[in-house]
Design a protein. Sequence first.
Length: 739
Amino acid sequence: MSNGSGVYIHVLREILTNKNRDGQAITFKRTLWRLLKWLVVTILVLFLLSSFYVYVVKWAESRDDLQDRGAKGIENGWLGETYATPLYLEQGWSASDSLWFYNTTQGSGLMPYDFFVSLEQEGSETLVTDSSFIDHFRYLPQHASKFNPDGLPVGFVRDEYQGGDYVGFTCAACHTGQVNYSGQALRIDGGPSMADMVGLLHALERAMDETLKDSAKQKRFIDRVLARNNDFDTPDEVIVGLTKWANVVELYNTVNHVKKSSRYGYARLDAFGRIYNRVLQHVINSEQAAGILSSVVGATGERILTDAEIKNVLAGMNKTIMNDDQFYLLVSRLQSKEPGMPGLNQRDMLRVRNAFFNEPDAPVSYPFLWDIAQSDYVQWNGLANNAGLGPLGRNTGEVIGVFGILDWKESDAGFNLGAYLSGQQRKQNKMVFDSSIDLHNLGLLESRLKSLQSPLWVDAAEKLAQQGVDVSDWAIDAEKADKGRLLYQEYCQACHEVIQRDNWDRLMVAKMSKLEAIGTDPKMAMNSVTYKGYSGNFEDTLQSVDVGGDVVIEEYAPVVQILTSATKGVVATPDPDKNWLESLLDWIYTLFMSFTENKIKPSLKAGNYEPDTTANPYNSLLAYKARSLNGIWATAPYLHNGSVPTLYDLLLPVKREGDPDDGEYRPDSFKVGKREFDPVKVGFVYENFDGFEFNTANEGNSNWGHEYAAGKTAQPSGEVLPALDKQERLELLEFLKTL
């Protein structure tokens, strides 16, 4: 026979009859061997076809060669900034590479796409897609292009899931930076964003709420949505959908509300705290919810809910998992004043929230992405091992946090790989981890980052000079830099190794420093380990840790355990948005390529940290990571929590009691939000404008620690080196510009 199906038919006939096509007797072993051979050949052919398809699609999606990579200038923008069309530095990416990175979805779904592009700002008829609105929250405006037809900002993209179109975030939204100088702008691919995501989400919540209440605004919104002739057919459908998604955004903002002193401002986000809360929201079951609700007490110390009210609130909900719709129903029932419902006020609702969730009050700077694919451990506290499938798991957790649609549900069906790998194999009812998270694209995005290189100071100066900008303050003093190199070797290199930015086989070894040794604000690292929540169906399951075997996940468990199990479940679940064969082949290909393309091998952490023990299996996470400083000039503000505005300030000590008033110290407060660059101090300007006030006295904002150059922090060897004088600080700073 000339086709595969014919071969299978004949082989199956041979198995059943023990005879070949000529009627001659054959052995079962020979027949089985033939069947296995054809199965292997078929799988190989399908894999090659799938690979060819992927590369064809990848090539097609890389053909977006818009001039200037779509970057748009701003006239009299937020904080009075005006800049021409941004320029790009030589970072190893072509124009099509950048645009592909900006516009490739990872499975994020903040709200229906038609809603986002049709929504007016609060108190205005101007759309939220307007560049001035986008610029206000420090996202980067873009021109429309082939793969961005509505001109969404960098990192905002259309995603398709279960027949609907959604707007969501890509990696680029948080990891594309910009430096402005004398009316020119330099885009930094992979650099830290200055975005205020929390401010944007609250503005969208207010805009949606106003649209539901203002009849004229509502009519304009409906007309725009229906004119797109996409996912909604009638005005009633639009209003039902808007009501639902307004509630979704409001609930997200309420769950992740922080006290005034912990507000993030620009350039920071408590991503882990928010990821933790999203996971907790989607794994809680009704039995655990009942226990939580019965424990909530009011100002008088008495329960705010009776047993009868709790029973009514949870009526009809799943035993294993409380999905999105049920959680929103729970919230509405708690607030309902219908007979039998508690009708809780806002203060009591916050008490309920605090019983379910942890406050995400440890914001950190958005990390830069160059060399991340070559790093052995990532995240500020080295939480993620980057070997094997580590990058896929890490990125999956990230999309859980930035609005992946989580259709997790319970099932009493047979074997489920996601349930098995997340430890639920002995459970009668198991969680199924369907979601919008695009594992395939996450693999491609990680692969693309391998070719990204750090930006060069001299390249930036040259680009600015070509536009007629006076770059005298950008000139590097070679003699100073040579002296600074020696100081760097003495003061910095024990933790921050020097690497060649374009070395194809470079390895970025994270050097960990325990909290007591580094002395920087401990809150982010502490939260990652100490935050706990209710584990839902993961209760009493086993999870491997790096020391001593497995741990049992208890009912009230560290959220890091719950997130790990949930991430395993998602990674093990093929795309529910495709037919079973396409989904399976795509999943196999993604896992295979993630393994084979990742050159990072499992290794022990390096540095000075507390080792994990059987009693404290997450000790090593109570530390912060040092990495190579190539491109560090373009990543202000500094320290993991963004508490020091410039590199020069980082070389200064914190003012202590008894220190002379006329000395140089790190600023106790400064403004954040302006992109105007200071090439002398190396960072953004931080005075004399109306930006976000960063107060280092607030919890999570401490600017203490990492005072090596000031003679206050001991080297890994235990030696405290003498403080640098001003001339030496300037020499070290000059060398840092060259990295």
